[in-house]
Design a protein around this ligand. Structure first.
Ligand code: GCU
Length: 844
């Protein structure tokens, strides 16, 4: 039996080291269970042997990572050597490529490996980690470390191969350091037009990504700046590539199609023009000179105002092939996005449909894309909505390589101020059977290349991490990144198991923690769907502004094509062939028949495919409108349980992460009520159909701000109207910037209550609020969510800025005086919507 010499030291280090999330799931926290630790010590090899000593090699990285991981988890410091006698292998962790291993240490059957695959063998103190290539070896090392970090020291003999070769992440980082749809601070890659000097965070990110088997990063936004290709930025990209290389991660680059003109000064960017072809050929040569292992290009063309080949009446295939030819000699690939649509479509035309665009743009080009092109397809035909059917394009271009694009950054799913564990949504899409040619045609088999015998294919995840130490802004949201990588490797893994492993690695083995994180996380997706958009109507967020808070009217009557076609009597897009946009007919016949027929369309996609009266009865027996009302009440109610459940983990999770998560879950609970009321009021107002249960527009525990005695405050409308309770709020308009709102609580029975204040936290100011009960301070708060959530919501009184705070357990006597003082700051007018005096356990 061996006793850990360094355990105490490691434990101490573990206790003092701040848990700010920077290490994600790679914390290597000491094992706390003595029995398990002893197992680890008993089976621990005595040395690490890495079969490559070059510092930039992922095998070298694997050795260092194994050393650090074992020290952290078991408290033992193992030496690393770069060769060993076969005899010494019985007590070593040997890590290397199959070629290196077969050259003197043993025999592994190379034919069993796919590129990037690995073999992991753990047999009584002898560990062999052999990769098909260098990065495969590193993946194997991370697999071993994940096991021991979870206290699993059992013997194993496994070969693991990726389902698909493309396992990329896309960052949407701009050269100025801002991040499109990023919610966790500034870019870790760029600042002020160029690549940051200190790439420490990039290395830390690479480590996380390598552990989930991601093999390429595209750091710059798909809305690409032509300056990404200037000499300074090529050098910068080269530095990024140098930092990623030891982690087995390649760098790729988003291109601006008009670069030959914008940067090169040519008069054209026509993809068939010889000067344009030469310009790209030379640029590509320059890039590969600096970065010989550049993964390739990512291209967004002719979409949302971006330039592309259609400008010159060339096809999208002409455009893609231009780049494919340029990178071909270097082994590069081109990820060409299928997110092409007209954002000025005429909404008055019943048959117009943005969801049809991808198939319309790409189907006839099938067979024209060169073999190093992969068409990158968003999971649904619109845009990362809370629910969409799988994109029909997956089944329409059999000869073309395809990748699925998923979004880890929660653009339409609460932007990490709400937490949604997304993998169940991804799994539903990946497991969807297109029944092409009446044969099994799961999306995951299509993107793996298996279904249509494509040579390439895979996964692109939009991640958008930022400088915040939590990476994504919300500690819990990191489970999405973890699961994304491992699903891209093996899409048959279960969302629940991935979550369990992530939680174990991120927060430790306490069963209460494991259960609570799992209960909350798995409830988030249905809950968010309940309180945002139901029955396939899309997220119902404000699509003209920041995609965060509610604004159902913004979907319609504009060219963006996220239409709901809501009228006073009906709602939903008619996508049938017989009477609508024909989108149902873009699916292979068996699936098309299901969606064409209202009887066979699943309820949760009803309004995606059909335009129906609000009184239409669902299979559940409820009407559409009552389903909306009930779902929104249900969703907001469940969201209230998240902070309560998390509270149980006080003292079980370190203070920093506990507090930050609690803050966000509490925010989410409050904002879910904003969602519930806004959506319900909007459709109630539009349809004039009452809620069967009398809840909508009826809040007996609320005192509307406009009913308080106001000094310095005036009535204001929110925009949209329904984002204020009773359609009215109040804001300070007094020139001294001070407002006072007072009420005598004559209608409240004496007792204990939770008191909620609904207000608007706009960016551009940090207003102060003070609430007093009979002159005694009850609560003081500041409109500073932009700092606390690191998220710029809105500078207006609307559904993004609407929020609330609650004080629990307040003793109130009938007739008490409640006063709120608001102090303006900047453009923040200390606006208030209502006060709710809520009996414990109820919701207003
Ligand atoms: C969405 C998103 C944009 C992004 C675009 C894309 O529309 O809101 O910010 O540029 O998708 O994926 O290209």
């Amino acid at each position: 039996m061996r006793v850990s010499s360094l355990r105490l030291l490691a434990l101490c280090a573990g206790l003092v080291s701040a848990e700010n999330g920077i290490n994600g799931w790679l914390r290597y926290a000491p094992l706390s269970d003595d029995k398990i630790l002893q197992q680890g010590l008993d089976t621990l090899p005595s040395v690490i042997v890495t079969l490559n000593s070059t510092k930039t090699s992922p095998v070298y990285t694997a050795g260092k990572e194994l050393q650090a991981g074992i020290l952290g988890v078991i408290g033992e410091s193992l030496n690393i050597t770069h060769q060993t006698e076969p005899a010494a292998q019985s007590s070593s962790i040997l890590v290397g490529t199959a070629a290196a291993y077969n050259a003197g240490y043993g025999t592994v059957d190379i034919s069993k490996f796919a590129p990037d695959g690995f073999w992991l063998s753990i047999q009584k103190g002898s560990v062999k980690i052999v990769g098909q290539n260098e990065r495969g070896a590193l993946y194997g090392a991370f697999e071993y470390l994940s096991r021991i970090s979870r206290g699993n020291f059992s013997d194993v003999d496994l070969i693991s191969n990726p389902d698909a070769p493309i396992r990329w992440v896309n960052q949407w980082d701009n050269l100025d350091g801002s991040i499109e749809r990023g919610y966790a601070g500034r870019s870790i890659f760029f600042w002020n037009g160029t690549v940051v000097q200190d790439l420490t965070r990039v290395a830390q990110y690479a480590r996380l990504l390598a552990s989930i088997r991601i093999n390429a990063i595209v750091p710059n936004n798909v809305n690409a700046n032509a300056n990404s290709l200037n000499n300074e930025n090529i050098e910068g990209l080269g530095r990024i590539a140098d930092v990623l290389r030891p982690y087995g991660i390649q760098v790729g680059l988003s291109l601006n199609f008009a670069s030959p003109q914008l940067l090169g000064g040519l008069s054209t960017f026509d993809p068939l023009e010889p000067s344009v072809v030469s310009w790209w050929t030379e640029k590509t040569a320059l890039l590969y000179k600096r970065i010989p292992d550049l993964a390739g290009y990512l291209v967004k063309a002719n979409s949302e105002g971006q330039p592309g080949p259609l400008t010159y009446n060339r096809t999208l295939a002409d455009g893609a092939n231009l780049f494919a030819k340029a990178v071909k000699p270097y082994g590069g690939v081109v990820l060409f996005r299928a997110f092409v649509y007209d954002h000025h479509a005429d909404w008055n035309v019943w048959t117009n449909d943005r969801a049809n665009a991808a198939v319309q743009f790409f189907k006839h080009l099938d067979g024209e894309f060169l073999d190093n092109i992969v068409v990158q397809i968003k999971y649904g035909a619109i845009d990362f909505q809370i629910r969409e059917p799988a994109n029909p394009l997956f089944a329409n271009i059999p000869k073309t390589n395809k990748a699925i694009e998923l979004q880890i950054t929660q653009e339409y799913l609460g932007q990490q101020s709400h937490f949604v564990y997304i993998p169940p949504l991804w799994k539903e899409i990946l497991d969807f059977d297109m029944r092409a040619d009446s044969k099994p045609s799961l999306v995951r088999d299509i993107v793996a290349g298996r279904r249509y015998n494509n040579t390439l294919g895979g996964y692109a995840g939009v991640v958008n991490v930022g400088t915040n130490t939590s990476w994504l802004g919300h500690h819990l949201a990191m489970s999405n990144l973890y699961a994304y990588g491992l699903l891209a490797w093996d899409p048959t893994l279960s969302s629940e198991d991935l979550l369990h492993d992530w939680t174990r690695l991120t927060f430790g083995p306490d069963p209460v923690v494991l259960k609570t994180v799992s209960d909350i996380s798995l409830a988030t997706l249905p809950t968010y769907e309940n309180y945002s958009g139901n029955l396939g109507i899309q997220t119902l967020t404000d699509i003209l502004y920041t995609h965060f808070g509610p604004n159902p009217a913004s979907q319609d009557n504009n060219g963006w094509g996220q239409w709901t076609r809501a009228t006073a009597t009906h709602i939903g897009m008619d996508r049938t062939v017989k009477n609508g946009t024909g989108n149902a007919g873009q699916y292979p016949p068996e699936v098309a028949a299901i969606f064409e027929n209202i009887e066979t369309t699943p309820d949760d996609l009803l309004l995606w495919f059909h335009h129906v009266p609000y009184t239409h009865r669902l299979k559940s027996g409820k009407t559409v409108i009552q389903h909306f009302y009930d779902a929104h009440y249900e969703g907001a109610k469940t969201a209230q349980t998240f902070p309560r459940q998390w509270e149980a983990l006080r003292n079980k999770v370190d203070v920093e992460r506990f507090t930050e998560v609690l803050f966000r879950l509490t925010y989410q609970a409050g904002h879910s009520i904003v969602w519930r009321d806004s959506i319900n009021n909007f459709y109630h107002n539009l349809s004039r159909i009452d809620d069967e249960h009398g809840r909508v527009g009826n809040h007996p525990h609320r005192i509307e701000a406009e009913r308080l005695s106001l000094k310095g405050y005036s009535l204001v409308k929110a925009n949209p109207l329904e984002t204020a309770s009773n359609f009215t709020a109040v804001a300070v308009t007094a020139t001294d910037g001070l407002g006072e709102a007072v009420i005598k609580l004559d209608d409240v029975k004496s007792g204990t209550y939770d008191v909620a204040f609904a207000y608007y936290d706009v960016i551009g100011g940090r207003a102060h609020y003070g609430a007093f009960l009979n002159g005694e301070p009850l609560l003081e708060w500041i409109g500073d969510l932009e700092d606390k959530l690191g998220h710029a919501f809105s500078n207006k009184i609307d559904g993004h800025s609407a929020t609330r705070v609650t004080v629990k357990g307040v003793e109130i006597q009938k007739g008490d005086e409640l006063k709120i003082i608001g102090v303006v700051d900047g453009i923040e007018t200390a606006a208030l919507d209502y006060v709710a005096i809520i009996p414990p356990g109820e919701l207003d």
